[in-house]
Ligand binder design. Sequence first.
Ligand code: DGY
Length: 326
Amino acid sequence: MNDTKTPKIFVTRRLPGLHLDRLRGVADVTVWPDSMPPSRDDLLAGVAQCDGLLTLLSDRIDASVMDAAGPNLKVISNYAVGYNNIDVAAAGARGIRVGNTPDVLTDATADLAVTLLLAAARRVREAANQVQTGGWKTWEPTGLLGIEPAGKTLGVIGMGRIGKAFARRMVGGWNMPLLYTSRTVQDDVDESLGGRHVDLDELLAQSDFISVHVALCDATAGLLDADAFSRMKDGVVIVNTARGEIINQDALLDGLNSQKVFAAGLDVTSPEPLPHEHPLVRHPRTIILPHIGSATDRSRNAMAEIAVDNVLHGLRGESLRCEVNL
Ligand code: DGY
């Protein structure tokens, strides 16, 4: 770092491992001490005169946060692969680099999407609840019947790293014909998994299981709305490990109530957390998790390593290890 002044970094939550020590070696680091996110006022105060920010997906980093940091701000490193919480255009306009943590959470998130698909299809939550509440009285030939994915059509919305890892698991393990949407045809998916690139209409009309793997942006917010649900097959199973805002939750609830949707497995909702009395949480055919896609020791440590590397590169004025804008 050329500057003689010690750079100032605000980290919005404690991170696993010892990676923050590498920042402490070169910078004056303030780590928000609570497990709850800083309030807006605390965030605006915390970033003042910072050279770098290390943020979480639950922190809204918009132009006013960047302006509150001031002209020294060089880098915003998000501890997530998704960066919809950051106004990347505003950062670019101010010459601030934005980093994320891709790849290292791909397997963990794909594993969780598989878990949710199977749990939803086999009504695992409803079944476990019966045991816990004493509702299970006897083995019944027609009790708690679910759906088997083997041989059914899988629709993957968004064939990026996580979409591919999920598709590989499901096609390899359950021999599912694969349809997918993506900006471009993915030759490797077509060749190795027998996938077929289709438009959203065809995917909705043909899929027995639909899993969401797109990033949240203007084009994908509310992508699965009431109209989309009306075009799905009866008895479809929905999985979402991407971002809650991609699914219109009222439309999903209507789909579940009308039995258009057999079941839904969600790791993400809008808002997070969804109030525990929300009808989607209470619905027997949903299984909703607290955004734990990347929650393995290995992934969260590797995310911390990349996020800290991104800050260090940004402070030196270099391209980030994983950069999303400049
Ligand atoms: C991400 O990284 O974007 C996940 O949603 C959480 O790890």
